[in-house]
Write a protein that binds this ligand. Structure first.
Ligand code: SAH
Ligand code: SF4
Ligand code: F3S
Length: 445
């Protein structure tokens, strides 16, 4: 196809990864990207289904596109991603001006579907097969120096609040060799940082065996082998499950100098009763014990988390337990969510759904507590000197945004080239970013 395309990405890192593949396929087909909705020949909404407001957002966006489609009948509208997988035929029922619905498993078929839509009208493919990992598709990356690398898709857990297993399917891991080949190729193109992606990234490998042996590749093996890729500088991974930070994974992280000192360690709730109802495999003391062990092994580690407020049946006492774990865990940052019932999940039909007002009030208290802790943790950084990777322009056009290995954002006063590594002295701290100045490199002798 000729002309321009525009992709809107609504979801998590995996969703961003898929958007880069969608962009890659459209470019390979001869199209060019645009930021101008009115000018686009193809508009792709790459959707997320994790919370209810995601649904509202999609149908809101489609409503806005209706008059545009009426004006430009040549416009092709594509709905991809997890909500496409979840809502399937409902999308074109509610919005008949949608040309293509492509589910999470059928992404490689996007160009075919577009071509068929040109000839025969609206198309949908939400079949649950994949002959091809999206990783094998061409990619159009936003950054020249950082890349997402999918190592597994799907999730075998069954957290009772979560829709992901329904829209992404069971876990399927890629062969280590494929992952390494992709990363080596990326490094040749100038990439210095990779983020390994999976819905439950640290259970990588459980569903495959190493060819010629009965052994399963493990996440720890993968980390060590990625660490050996020459030219690569930083390795991150997301999103992990606390349960699967086994001693071998922690050991591999501690030994591998490229693996950054940051983990995402999703708590969800600090109440044992709620954790059980969520079908999370740990309880509060076990969680805090794991956290201590990780901090002992990797003292510089920064920890972020996810917390859900207002899971069905959550009492004030349960919530107090969450506040207590948050105080004791001292996370560097937390993503806090108000519970949102998702169709087909067990929690959606549990009794004692918590009222909106109560959820909001608890949510505000949690955010205030975490804000205080985030600020304290950030202030501990003032006076330190750290390696940062320059990402791009900062809040002022003359300034720069860079990132520490511990995933903290640092604003620098001077303009620097994206992709550069510099040493920064931290001079000031806010809850969500640090301010620093560049420490000149010592003159070489
Ligand atoms: N694989 C990741 C989770 C991805 S979803 C993991 O296991 O950590 C990201 C976060 O969204 C979850 O950690 C959870 O905190 C939140 N979330 C998931 N389902 C939700 C729901 N129904 N309501 C509110 N928050 C939810
Ligand atoms: Fe969802 Fe994560 Fe639980 Fe899997 S482990 S069901 S993705 S919250
Ligand atoms: Fe959303 Fe799908 Fe990611 S539901 S969080 S885009 S896996």
């Amino acid at each position: 196809m000729n002309g321009t395309f525009l992709i809107r990405t609504f979801g998590c890192q995996m969703n961003e990864h898929d958007s880069e593949r969608i962009g890659g396929m459209l470019r390979a087909d001869g199209m060019t990207p645009t930021d101008d909705v009115a000018d686009a020949r193809v508009i792709v909404l790459n959707t997320c289904a994790i919370r209810e407001n995601a649904d509202n957002k999609l149908y809101g966006n489609l409503g806005h596109l209706k008059p545009l489609k009426a004006e430009h009948p040549d416009l092709r509208i594509v709905v991809a991603g997890c909500l496409a997988q979840k809502d399937q035929g409902v999308i074109q029922q509610k919005a008949p001006w949608v040309d293509v619905v492509v589910g999470t498993h059928a992404l490689p078929h996007l160009l075919d579907l577009l071509r068929r839509a040109e000839a025969d009208g609206p198309q949908m493919d939400v079949a649950e097969y994949t002959d091809l990992f999206p990783s094998a598709l061409p990619s159009a990356r936003d950054d020249a120096f950082r890349a997402w690398v999918s190592i597994a898709v799907g999730c075998d857990n069954a957290c009772t609040f979560c829709i992901v297993p329904f829209v992404r399917g069971a876990q399927r891991s890629r062969a280590i060799g494929d992952v390494l080949a992709e990363i080596q190729g990326l490094v040749r193109e100038g990439v210095v940082e990779v983020t390994l992606l999976g819905q439950n990234v640290n259970t990588y490998g459980r569903d495959v065996t190493i060819p010629g042996s009965s052994r399963r590749p493990l996440f720890a093996d993968l980390l060590r082998q990625v660490n050996d890729v020459e030219g690569l500088r930083r390795i991150r991974f997301t999103s992990p499950h606390p349960h699967d930070f086994t001693p071998d994974v922690i050991g591999a992280m501690a030994e591998s100098d490229k693996v950054c000192e940051h983990i995402h360690f999703p708590l969800q709730s600090g109440s044992d009763r709620v954790l059980k109802a969520m079908q999370r495999s740990y309880r509060r003391e076990r969680y805090l014990g794991w956290l201590d062990a990780i901090r002992d092994a990797i003292p510089a580690i920064a920890v972020s988390t996810d917390i859900i407020v207002g899971f069905p049946g959550e009492t004030e006492e349960d919530f107090a337990d969450t506040l207590d774990v948050v105080s004791r865990a001292r996370f560097d940052s937390a993503y806090t969510f108000q519970y949102s019932p998702r169709p087909a999940t067990r929690a959606a039909s549990m009794p004692d759904q918590v009222s909106k007002e109560v959820v909001q009030e608890r949510f505000d208290r949690l955010v205030a507590l975490q804000q205080e802790i985030s600020l304290e943790k950030a202030r501990e950084q003032v006076g330190t000197e750290v390696e940062v990777l320059v990402e791009g322009a900062g809040p002022r056009r003359s300034s720069t945004q860079a990132r520490t290995r511990t995933n903290r954002i640092v604003h620098l006063a001077e303009r620097l080239d994206p992709g550069a590594f510099v040493t920064a002295r931290i001079t000031d701290a806010a809850a969500h970013h640090l301010t620093g100045e560049v420490v000149p490199a010592p003159a070489s002798v």
